[in-house]
Design a protein around this ligand. Structure first.
Ligand SMILES: *[C@@H]1O[C@H](CO)[C@@H](O)[C@H](O)[C@H]1NC(C)=O
Ligand SMILES: *[C@@H]1O[C@H](CO)[C@@H](O)[C@H](O)[C@H]1NC(C)=O
Ligand SMILES: *[C@@H]1O[C@H](CO)[C@@H](O)[C@H](O)[C@H]1NC(C)=O
Ligand SMILES: *[C@@H]1O[C@H](CO)[C@@H](O)[C@H](O)[C@H]1NC(C)=O
Ligand SMILES: *[C@@H]1O[C@H](CO)[C@@H](O)[C@H](O)[C@H]1NC(C)=O
Length: 324
């Protein structure tokens, strides 16, 4: 045992310096506690109040946004119903409440937002799901056309979401932060993999169509898009050979097998018989979007997107000319 320890256990009256200090602390511990608390508060309050908004903003900056699903229904020329699920990723130790806010949505890298969506209140935990289900009025139908076109022709498309939500962490005051996130989503990638699965001649119908078949439209995105009634122009070597129709098209994620009808100009095909004889009458057919109509109204933003993408299929003209 040390000399010090021996002294403490042996004497009750403090005679050494160490003993006197210990006695002082036993008596005045509360004074020291108050001093420590005051000093701690003096240092930490400014850190919390000045640092907290910075930390909160930095955590918002570091968070991620992933769109899990996006569904567009009931399209009109200037609105649609949006049902969107997204997940926010955060590695922060703080889990503030982010109050409901309006967010402007646009194609990243462009100026004009196409819509404002209402983001509901969330607790900012890692992996929190944010569900938006609302009627969206397009603030710019042109900007949405640019977005729809980007979705159509690109493998990936960047959706920018901007807002200035209020945020509150525990007992700390409510502050405003900037939420500026870009979510990368898969696009339709030019509908690559589009195939004509079948096409055959039918008796001419009252609507003027004379053939029908089925197309395969792959959709690698997480988007469900209600496109209405599509009219597509068919051409071979620059010669118009008719139109094809996809009615009530709803493009869902994954492979879509869609029934189609067509109005093929057989007289335009006849001269191709001799030209494509040695190719077994398989002709390269270009398909270009002509119109997208929902409940009698043109949807210019989808028409623009469709027109931006020429599809190519191999068409067996013997199947369509049949025995006629
Ligand atoms: C958050 O990001 C913005 C822009 O990206 C930047 O100007 C700002 O300094 C960042 N804030 C913090 C606290 O990291
Ligand atoms: C959001 O961030 C992007 C890129 O970091 C920047 O170009 C854009 O100006 C920001 N938007 C706003 C509204 O601050
Ligand atoms: C069908 O094709 C023929 C030959 O190319 C053309 O003369 C005729 O005008 C076309 N008919 C229609 C309705 O487009
Ligand atoms: C769309 O189809 C109509 C006939 O239904 C035709 O007159 C028009 O030229 C086509 N438009 C385009 C851009 O192909
Ligand atoms: C598509 O066209 C058909 C036949 O003309 C019509 O009955 C249907 O209502 C149209 N669908 C939409 C979504 O406009």
């Amino acid at each position: 045992m040390s000399k010090d320890g021996a002294v403490v256990t042996a004497t009750s009256a403090p005679t050494t310096l160490g003993g006197r200090i210990r006695a002082h602390f036993r008596r005045f511990w509360w004074v020291h506690l108050i001093v420590i608390v005051v000093v701690t508060l003096c240092i930490s309050l400014p850190v919390v109040y000045v640092g907290y908004p910075r930390i909160a903003q930095s955590d918002i900056n570091k968070s991620t946004l992933e769109v899990k699903s996006m569904s567009i229904t009931e399209p009109t020329p200037d609105s649609f119903q949006l049902d969107q699920e997204q997940v926010i990723g955060s590695s922060s130790i703080f889990h503030p409440t982010i109050f409901a806010f309006d967010a402007q949505v646009k194609l990243a890298g462009t100026e004009t937002p196409f819509a404002t969506v209402q983001v509901p209140q969330i607790q900012a935990n890692d992996g929190v799901e944010v569900h938006i289900n609302q009627h969206v009025d397009l603030s710019s139908a042109d900007a949405f056309g640019a977005f729809a076109t980007a979705v159509m022709v690109n493998e990936e498309v960047n959706l920018n979401v901007y807002g200035e939500p209020q945020l509150k962490q525990g007992p700390l005051k409510t502050i405003t932060v900037n939420y500026n996130k870009t979510a990368t989503m898969k696009g339709l990638n030019k509908l690559s993999g589009f195939k004509l699965l079948e096409m055959k001649l039918t008796k001419e119908k009252p609507d003027g169509t004379n053939s029908e078949g089925e197309v395969l439209i792959p959709n690698p995105s997480v988007m469900t898009i209600t496109m209405g009634n599509l009219t597509l122009d068919l051409a071979v070597d620059g010669t118009n050979i008719g139109q094809s129709f996809l009615n009530d098209l709803v493009l869902k994620p994954g492979d879509n097998k869609i029934a189609m009808t067509a109005n093929v100009n057989q007289s335009a095909l006849v001269p191709m018989l001799s030209k494509y004889e040695d190719k077994k009458y398989i002709v390269p057919c270009d398909i270009t979007g002509n119109s997208s109509i929902y409940n009698g109204k043109h949807l210019p933003y989808f028409e623009k997107a469709l027109a931006a993408n020429v599809l190519k299929v191999d068409l067996n003209i013997l199947d369509i000319l049949g025995s006629s």
